[in-house]
Design a protein around this ligand. Structure first.
Ligand code: NCD
Length: 354
């Protein structure tokens, strides 16, 4: 694995290697204090973040490495009109790995075409968030002992919640997992995710009720209604506060249920749940730092490699998804692949002809 753009880039072998490293780092953190001495990580956040940015930064610090970057793109040359490809090409000359978050779907894939060093997607719009998935997988495996044969409830904004998309993709590779997709109809999973599950013969059910589903679950993954992704404020107002997990609702859950959340929480988990032993979300956030240590340790050791820089695209973008990176970075070459029978954009995964 050179770049981590979607969780599909992670083979099961690399996952096992990262989880073993994660476990060892937790047991012997002192052994890793100089493991990345002299290495430099670029932290390019074109979109706000607390946990993801801080956990990457502290992960690198705990490995003895250093970090540069920005958390506000208006303070960079992007505001002077610099193309993203130039920013990436330049930062990849300075760093040993690039961690990037961007509001546009497919931005990480686009950036990877211009990077000499491993690029890590820290979230690209509503699309994917593979390192949150590493965090989630590590949490499930550590607290439940397995990532197989689990009933997993995913609740909230499944349309815009990128962490859910990456997590489903990852958990689909192990046998016996069943997904209970709990959302209002207008916030259901995007079509490309449903196509992905159908192609894998993955068991899932779409439901609207949280209370009635809880008793069946081994893992409940709550998510925030993603206000910033709504183009229509009324649609947001219709859906805000639609699911609120309370301590009372957990009374009928299995005794070993774990409640997860990528955070930040708005109001979808009542505060009285925080002291319940089933609440795993703050521990999950801490595990996120350790799994990112394991990832950085691996990726910064890979050799620098100049990519085959793509030729600029002379035409209009092929992809019609208004949130796709090809809409704003117009020089990107059109890249496509098949998802089942549908031809899709290889940056954002949207079908080219719906
Ligand atoms: C998530 C994200 O950024 O997508 N948070 C995170 O990475 N910790 C979830 C969210 O913002 O709701």
């Amino acid at each position: 694995m050179r770049h981590l753009i979607t969780i599909e880039d992670l083979t099961t072998e690399v996952w096992d290697e990262l989880f073993a490293s994660f476990t060892d780092i937790i047991s012997h953190p002192g052994d890793y204090a100089d493991a990345c001495r002299g290495k430099v990580m670029a932290s390019l956040f074109y979109e706000p973040s607390t946990r993801t940015a801080f956990s990457f930064q502290t992960a690198m610090m705990r490995l003895g490495g250093s970090v540069f970057g920005f958390s506000d793109p208006t303070a960079t040359s992007a505001s002077k009109g610099e193309a993203m490809s130039d920013t990436i090409r330049m930062c990849s000359a300075y760093a040993d790995a690039i961690v990037m978050r961007h509001p546009r779907e497919g931005a990480a894939k686009a950036a990877s075409l211009f990077s000499e060093v491993p690029l890590i997607n820290a979230g690209d719009g509503a699309h994917m968030h593979p390192t949150q998935t590493l965090t989630d997988l590590a949490t499930i495996r550590r607290l439940r002992g397995t990532t197989e044969g689990l009933n997993i409830g995913l609740c909230g904004d499944l349309k815009n919640g990128r962490t859910v998309h990456s997590l489903i993709m990852a958990l689909s590779r192990w046998p016996g997992n069943r997904f209970y997709l709990i959302s209002p109809r207008e916030l259901a999973l995007p079509d490309y995710m449903l196509a992905f599950m159908k192609q894998r013969n993955q068991w899932y059910i779409e439901v609207t009720g949280l209370d009635s589903t809880i008793p069946q679950l081994d893992v409940l993954y709550m998510t925030r209604i993603q206000r910033e992704r709504f183009t229509d404020e009324r649609a947001y107002n219709r859906n805000r506060g639609i699911y609120i997990l309370s301590e009372k609702m957990l009374a009928r859950s299995k005794p070993d249920l774990i409640v997860m959340h990528p955070l930040p929480r708005v109001d979808e988990i009542a505060r009285d749940v925080d002291s319940d032993p089933k609440a795993a979300y703050f521990e999950q956030a801490r595990f996120g730092m350790f799994i990112r240590m394991a990832l950085l340790l691996r990726q910064t050791a890979l050799p620098r490699l100049a990519p085959d820089y793509p030729k600029p695209n002379p035409k209009k973008p092929l992809c019609k998804n208004p949130a796709c990176i090809t809409q704003t970075e117009r020089y990107l070459p059109p890249l496509t692949h098949k998802n089942g029978a549908k031809l899709c954009c290889s940056y954002c995964d949207a079908a080219l002809r719906p």
